[in-house]
Structure formats: structure tokens, C-alpha cells
Design a protein around this ligand. Structure first.
Ligand SMILES: Nc1ncnc2c1ncn2[C@@H]1O[C@H](COP(=O)(O)OP(=O)(O)OP(=O)(O)O)[C@@H](O)[C@H]1O
Ligand SMILES: [Mg+2]
Length: 713
């Protein structure tokens, strides 16, 4: 009998030890998984560094591969850039890309949204004889592009499923015989993969030596690893096979290294010249905002944020998970006086376009969409903020990076439920493969008050880390974080859980918090003096202990639901034995206005405001034309400093086409402005000193918050 007791006791002991070992193995396996992931990311990164090094070596050994050198088409290209496109100077990489395409090389371009990818194929299309074929995934994008080119006087057409027979015939004739004035032809990928007739016409065009280049826009749609995979894009590889001598240019706003490799393989362009711009958007201020209390509805906080930070004509996007959620959030925002509408794939094309157009013209402040919204949209003068739930950061990061190329976008605001609430969602995700791990990663990302928010993005895209320059909440308010020693509190929590488990009981997170409070009271004065933890800090501590494997979650299934309980984790003993200290990062003060002063926008001068009003007026009288297409913000800025009063001067600044169309109105406006400025200065006492002071006063009076133009470069 006695022996049996001893054996039973030892068995218990061994079982407990085994459990302990198992927990440790689990923790080690988790760590191993994380390290494996990072290992493959680092390997890919290294490979990329080596590839670009060797490409650079190859490039530099061949004289013609210096893409910034002088080329025979330089002066013609400059002329078209300025007089047709009204673009005064190239942006980063544009000239080099154009030169590579003109040198008949295949090219892969990764450049932010709004970075100016279109020019990289549209300008060569005009420089070359013949027709340029452009594949683009969405009808609305194609319509936008064709309309834009047509207003510039460029013969651009599209061939889509909605095209009439007559229209189709006209284009086919033009392809086959070179008749007509066709210069740029836009098609959806379906045309390539499904229409034999189209492909045979294209073949004839090529035979006649008239297919000048092929551009594949939004090329990431080819890759299954990308977010917007389109099955028809998979068949575009045929283009290079059928037309091997025609230069192919693939363009996208973001592509991880994996996607780039995939694209080169699928499109059969292994030797392409790659132009990759960094995913870093230094103009974006990233902020993770924790809901202030569980009771307060998150929608109130979003509404408060929008109202507090932006005026009604400053627009943004809110990303939601589901279509239903989009509709709900838009409705709730409208109920709070914010003009918002939803946008998702269940709506018909007309309804979607209507919402998009209103938003593009700043007549709708917020679009609430699923992550599908945003591909290829061009809204350089109005998109200022993006709001998403932090659980979605991996889903939305690509969009954010794409849209972040627009100089105006300034604030990315991730909403997070309180950490404790977030952890309670674990019961929903633990079924998924690696679901819990992902959730914990997100919690870790949010919980940290010191790690740069950008760091995670660089890691995601396999890019070396760059300086954030205080453009995220953690970097901006670094000095306001202090560390609080919570080792004692952690010990109390662990021993409390011991007690609970020994009594064959369980505790949920909430129960644990309550019991902790009682316990601390009981211990009263007998405990060493430690600082009191606020409720949120206590919750933060429990979450941190979960992340550090001191505690763990256990799931219990009932017929209807799954419950999560907190149990002792593999490292709990270390805390009890005093071998592990626990430090909590606490914020002493948080700025709640969304961004620090350094991230605030510049200001528009009086003349800039007038020009901005003029482009809006012209846009509403030219149905469908966006204000930015009439005058870009950069052009407005140039006009307001140079103040041209003659057509010749104006033409030098904005090119021939725009001068012919809007020159008269612009000159009138500037002359009127200069006169009124003169009058202001002449009024006695208007400026009790020099002219500059008078100007300053004038500017101040008219100042509104808007993006400064230097940042547009
Ligand atoms: N060098 C330049 N200087 C000034 N404006 C430019 C320049 N190049 C392009 N733009 C303008 O920038 C805007 C965005 O260009 P574009 O539509 O080509 O961007 P994109 O890179 O294709 O973006 P997306 O990924 O959203 O499709 C357009 O209004 C275009 O006229
Ligand atoms: Mg584009």
C-alpha cells in the first residue's frame, strides 16, 4: 500500500514534469517556426542583394545599360513629356525606365501608386512608330486612362467585352492594316486569353512591324502570391512567346521579392531590367490607436478622429473585412454627420463608379471599402487618411504602400481593440492554421510602445530597415515611454493561478483580473511597496505574460462555443523562482491628435487657393475630368511662385496643350489676383511696413490646411 502511494506520488511528479517539458518544447517550436520564417526572409533578401549587385555589374559593363546616359531620342522625349503630357520634369526612375524600353529591353517596374508608372509606357508609345498594347485588369482603370489620353489629344482606344461590333471592327482594321490613327490600345487580360481573333490580328500587326511595345499594368495580378490574383493574368506569358522581339514592360505598385520572381517567370522576362522603388513612404505617419474603453463604440472614435483632424473636403478610406461591415460602417458614419459610402464587389459597376467619382471629386469624404478598393485609383489631391483595424494590417499593408505613393496621403491609423479584448478573439482563430500565432503577432505589434511601426513592414517586404524619422507614434513619442517593474505583480498572478489550478478550477482573463484585485487587497500592507497598476496596465501585463509564455491560453469546447482560459505557461516557474523579471512599457502621455507637429501638412497660399478653386470649377464643367488632370498641385505651386501673366510664359510652365485649353482663364485669374494684392497693399494701414509684411498678412488670412507642394516631388 505504502509502495503504491510512493509510486503514485512519483507518477504525479513525472507527469507534471512531462507537462512542463511539453510546454517548453511547444515554446521552443514556436520560436523555431518564427526563426525559420525570418531565415527564409533574410535568405531572399540576401539573394536579392546579390542579384542586384550582379545586375549592376553586368549593366555597368555595357555602355548602353547606363539608363541615365544621353540617348538619340532625348530631345523628342523631352518635347513630348512637356508639350503633350505637360510634365515639367521626370520623377525618380521615369527617364531611366523610358530609356530601357526604348532600348528594346524588357522591364519590370515597381513604383508606388501615383508615382507615374503610366508615363513610362505612354511616352515610349508616342516616341515609337506603331501601336502599343496595354493590358490592364479593370474596366474602370482602362476608361480612366483612355479618357486621360484622349484629352491630351493622343489616339488611345480600348477593346473590352463591352465594345460594340463596329468599334471592334475599326480597331481590328487598324491592327491588321495599319489604317487609322491608333497609337495606344488598352485591353483586359481576357482578350489575350480568350479571343483568338484578337490574337491573330495582333500577330498581323506584329508582322507588319507595327507592334511597338507591350505594357502589363498592375502586373502583380499575375502572381498567386499577390493580393489581386486574376486567373486571366496567368495566361499573359503567351505574349512574350508570341512576340519575343517586342519589349515588354510590367508595372506594379508593390511586389514582395517572391512576387517579383514569380512575375519574371510567368511573363517570360528573365533578363528584364528591374527598377524597384522602396516600399518606405516617409510621408506617412503610422499610428496604432487603442480604443479608449471597451464601452465606447469604436465608430464614435473614428468619427471623432475624422472630424477632429480633417475638413469635409479632405478624403480618406476606411478598410473593413466584409462587405456587410462596409455597409454598416458607412451607415453609422453618415448617422454621425460624416459623408461616407460603401464600395465593394457586390455592387454593380454603375453604383461603384458613382461612389468612386463622388469621392474623387471630394464630394464624398470617406469610402468604406474592402481591401479590393484602391487598386490603381489616382487621387493625388485628396486622399489624406486610411483607417483600418489593426488585425488587418497584413491585408492592407500593400494598399497602404501603394496609396502612400500619393504625396497627400499622410496618416495611417490602425484601430485596435484593447489588447485584452483582442486576446479574447483567440477562440475564433485558434482553429486556423497558425491563427493564434498570427493573432499574438498582431497583439505584440500593438502592445509594443518602443518598436518602430515601420520595422514590421520592412520585414514583410524583405527590405533593409530604414530610419522612420519620428513618423510613427512609437518613434515620435519615444521619450514619453517609461518602464515599470511588474515582476511582483507577475509573481502574484502566477501563484494565484497555481492555487486555482490546484483546486481544479479555471479562470478566464476577466476572472483572473478580478481575483488578482482581491488578492492584492488581501495581501495589503504585508507586501513590499509596489506601485498600483491601473486596470488597463493590469490587462496589459496579463497579455504580455501570455506573449512571453509565462501564461498560456487553454481552450475548452462546449457544444455551442469555445472558451478560453488562462493557465500557467512554460516559463511560469522562472517568475515564481525570481529568475525572470517582468517590465511593462507604460506611456506617460499620448498625443491624441493623430500625429505630431512634424507630420502636419504645409499651407496653401492665397493664389494657390484661387488656382485650386479654378481647377475644381473647370473640372465640374468638363464632366469626368478630375481637378488634378487639369492642373497638378505641383503646377499650382509653380504658377503661384512664378505668377505668369503672358501666354508664352505660361506655356513654358505647363506646356502647350494645357495652355491652349485653360491658359486664358489662368492668366485672367493671376492678373486679377495681382491687382487685388496691389489694392490690399495700397490701403493705408493694411500693412504697416514693408510689402513682405503685407503679403504675410494676406497669406495668413487665406491660409488653409493642405499639403505642401515640395513633397509632391
Ligand atoms: N514627372 C511627373 N511630374 C509630375 N506629375 C507626374 C509625373 N509623372 C506622372 N505624373 C502625374 O502623376 C499622377 C499619377 O500618375 P500615374 O497614374 O501614372 O501613377 P501610377 O504609378 O500608374 O499609379 P497607380 O499605381 O495608382 O496606377 C498623374 O496625374 C500623372 O500625370
Ligand atoms: Mg497606374
Amino acid at each position: 500500500m505504502e509502495t503504491a502511494d510512493v509510486v503514485a506520488e512519483e507518477l504525479l511528479y513525472v507527469e507534471a514534469e512531462l507537462q512542463d517539458v511539453q510546454d517548453q518544447i511547444k515554446a521552443l517550436l514556436d520560436r523555431q517556426e518564427g526563426l525559420h520564417k525570418r531565415q527564409s526572409e533574410l535568405k531572399a533578401l540576401l539573394e536579392e542583394c546579390e542579384t542586384s549587385k550582379s545586375t549592376a555589374q553586368v549593366d555597368s559593363s555595357v555602355a548602353t545599360d547606363d539608363w541615365s546616359a544621353d540617348f538619340e531620342w532625348d530631345s523628342r522625349a523631352e518635347d513630348i513629356r512637356f508639350n503633350v503630357f505637360s510634365i515639367s520634369s521626370y520623377r525618380a526612375n521615369q527617364r531611366e525606365i523610358i530609356n530601357a524600353v526604348m532600348s528594346r529591353r524588357d522591364v519590370l517596374v515597381i513604383m508606388a501608386a501615383g508615382g507615374g508608372k503610366s508615363l513610362c509606357y505612354q511616352l515610349p508609345a508616342l516616341l515609337c512608330d506603331g501601336v502599343a498594347l496595354v493590358v490592364s485588369p479593370l474596366l474602370s482603370l482602362i476608361q480612366d486612362q483612355v479618357m486621360g489620353l484622349t484629352t491630351l489629344g493622343i489616339p488611345a482606344y480600348m477593346l473590352t467585352s463591352t465594345a460594340s461590333k463596329e468599334h471592334e471592327k475599326l480597331i481590328y482594321k487598324s491592327l491588321e492594316k495599319g489604317e487609322g490613327e491608333l497609337k495606344v490600345l488598352y485591353v483586359t487580360p481576357e482578350k489575350i486569353s480568350k479571343s483568338k481573333r484578337f490574337m491573330s490580328k495582333l500577330e498581323k500587326c506584329h508582322h507588319g512591324g507595327r507592334l511597338s511595345l507591350i505594357a502589363i499594368d498592375e502586373a502583380h495580378c499575375c502572381s498567386q502570391w499577390g493580393h489581386d490574383f486574376r486567373p486571366d493574368y496567368k495566361n499573359l506569358g503567351i505574349l512574350k512567346i508570341q512576340f519575343p522581339t517586342v519589349p515588354l514592360i510590367a508595372l506594379t505598385a508593390t511586389a514582395t521579392y517572391k512576387v517579383q520572381v514569380d512575375l519574371m517567370e510567368m511573363l517570360h522576362i528573365p533578363k528584364c531590367v528591374k527598377f524597384v522603388s522602396t516600399i518606405n513612404r516617409p510621408n506617412l505617419f503610422y499610428k496604432v490607436h487603442e480604443k479608449s474603453s471597451v464601452g465606447k463604440v469604436v465608430i464614435d472614435e473614428i468619427a471623432d478622429f475624422i472630424r477632429g483632424s480633417y475638413s469635409k473636403n479632405e478624403s480618406g478610406i476606411i478598410y473593413c473585412f466584409s462587405r456587410k461591415e462596409c455597409e454598416q460602417v458607412a451607415k453609422e458614419l453618415r448617422g454621425r454627420g460624416i459623408s461616407a459610402d460603401h464600395y465593394h464587389a457586390d455592387m454593380d459597376v454603375i453604383a461603384r463608379e458613382k461612389v468612386h467619382l463622388l469621392w474623387s471629386k471630394n464630394k464624398l469624404q470617406v469610402i468604406v471599402g474592402t481591401v479590393a478598393f484602391g487598386m490603381g485609383i489616382n487621387k493625388p489631391d485628396g486622399l489624406l487618411f486610411i483607417i483600418a483595424s489593426v488585425n488587418q494590417w497584413r491585408h492592407t499593408i500593400r494598399r497602404v504602400v501603394e496609396l502612400g505613393g500619393m504625396d497627400f496621403l499622410q496618416n495611417v491609423f490602425y484601430i485596435i481593440d484593447q489588447a485584452m479584448f483582442l486576446v479574447s478573439q483567440s477562440t475564433m482563430v485558434f482553429y486556423e492554421n497558425a491563427g493564434l500565432q498570427n493573432l499574438y503577432d498582431i497583439v505584440r505589434y500593438c502592445q509594443s510602445k518602443r518598436n518602430c511601426r515601420r520595422g514590421a513592414f520592412f520585414q514583410h517586404f524583405g527590405e533593409p530597415i530604414q530610419n522612420c524619422n519620428g513618423m510613427c507614434d512609437n518613434c515620435a513619442y519615444e521619450a514619453e515611454v517609461k518602464e515599470l517593474d511588474a515582476t511582483y505583480h507577475a509573481k502574484v498572478i502566477v501563484s494565484l493561478l497555481h492555487e486555482i489550478q490546484e483546486n481544479d478550477q479555471r479562470a478566464t482573463m476577466l476572472q483572473l483580473v478580478e481575483r488578482f484585485k482581491v488578492k492584492i487587497k488581501e495581501l495589503g500592507d504585508s507586501i513590499q511597496p509596489v506601485s498600483d497598476l491601473k486596470k488597463e496596465e493590469l490587462e496589459q501585463l496579463i497579455v504580455q505574460l501570455l506573449l512571453e509564455h509565462v501564461l498560456k491560453e487553454e481552450f475548452q469546447h462546449t457544444a455551442y462555443t469555445t472558451n478560453s482560459y488562462i493557465a500557467l505557461g512554460s516559463l511560469s516557474k522562472l517568475v515564481l523562482q525570481g529568475k525572470k523579471s517582468v517590465m511593462l512599457e507604460i506611456c506617460t502621455r499620448r498625443h491624441e491628435d493623430g500625429m505630431p507637429k512634424s507630420a502636419k501638412r504645409g499651407r496653401m497660399s492665397g493664389l494657390e487657393i484661387k488656382l485650386d478653386e479654378l481647377r475644381k470649377e473647370l473640372s465640374s464643367s468638363n464632366e469626368g475630368m478630375l481637378p488634378h488632370a487639369i492642373l497638378s498641385t505641383q503646377q499650382i505651386s509653380i504658377l503661384s511662385t512664378q505668377k505668369p501673366t503672358s501666354i508664352t510664359h505660361l506655356q513654358k510652365l505647363i506646356g502647350k496643350v494645357k495652355t491652349e485649353k485653360y491658359g486664358k482663364r489662368i492668366i485672367e485669374l493671376i492678373e486679377h489676383y495681382l491687382k487685388s494684392e496691389q489694392v490690399d497693399d495700397d490701403v493705408p494701414g493694411a500693412a504697416s511696413g514693408s510689402k513682405t509684411q503685407g503679403n504675410k498678412k494676406q497669406k495668413k488670412k487665406h491660409t488653409v490646411l493642405i499639403e505642401s507642394s515640395e513633397e509632391e516631388q
